[in-house]
Design a protein around this ligand. Structure first.
Ligand code: FEO
Length: 174
């Protein structure tokens, strides 16, 4: 049985993952309107991933006798000034999620809730990978620079990173 405090904290995390899913969906729409096919696909896949993160907690809460709540999600921004700024925002959001996951881990430890502690380890690893991926993207955007065709090359780069992530996912499922 899960404590009320942990149940509340996990429900808040459901909200954070849900917001991330909508934020990335909104970003995919902006990328599409800018003609950035690779970025659109990347953000769309990220959005679906966040939806899965949200549902994993939702199902976990049910499994341990808690009550998962569907979150009220505030509308994310729909306009972004540049691809660089968009990925800066993604990175900042992922860092916020990581902090929140770490707080949950601390709470699970403090409550001797080893079931939740163990459940959260998957998220600790996932956040490490997501932050690493975002840093890689920001580094490549910086390397490509601001030349006349930079957007084309950035989009191609992101398309490649997305294809790599999809192949890794498929490998994980096989
Ligand atoms: Fe589920 Fe990327 O935070």
């Amino acid at each position: 049985m899960i404590s009320k405090k942990m149940e509340k904290a996990l429900n808040e995390q459901i909200g954070l993952e849900g917001y991330a899913s909508f934020l990335y969906l909104s970003m995919s729409a902006w990328c599409d309107s800018e003609g950035l096919k690779g970025c659109t696909q990347f953000m769309r896949r990220q959005s679906e991933e966040e939806q899965m993160h949200m549902m994993k907690i939702f199902d976990y809460l049910s499994e341990v006798g808690g009550h998962p709540l569907t979150p009220a999600i505030k509308q994310p921004p729909s306009k972004f000034t540049s691809v660089q700024k968009l990925f800066d925002e993604v990175y900042a959001h992922e860092q916020k999620v990581t902090k929140s996951i770490h707080k949950l881990v601390s709470l699970a430890k403090a409550e001797d809730d080893y079931t939740t502690f163990e459940f959260l380890q998957w998220y600790v690893m996932e956040q490490r990978e997501e932050e690493d991926q975002m840093r890689t993207i920001l580094d490549r955007i910086k390397i490509i620079g601001k030349g006349p065709q930079s957007l084309y090359f950035i989009d191609k780069e992101i398309e490649g990173i997305n294809a790599e992530a999809l192949a890794n996912e498929a490998e994980g499922e096989a």
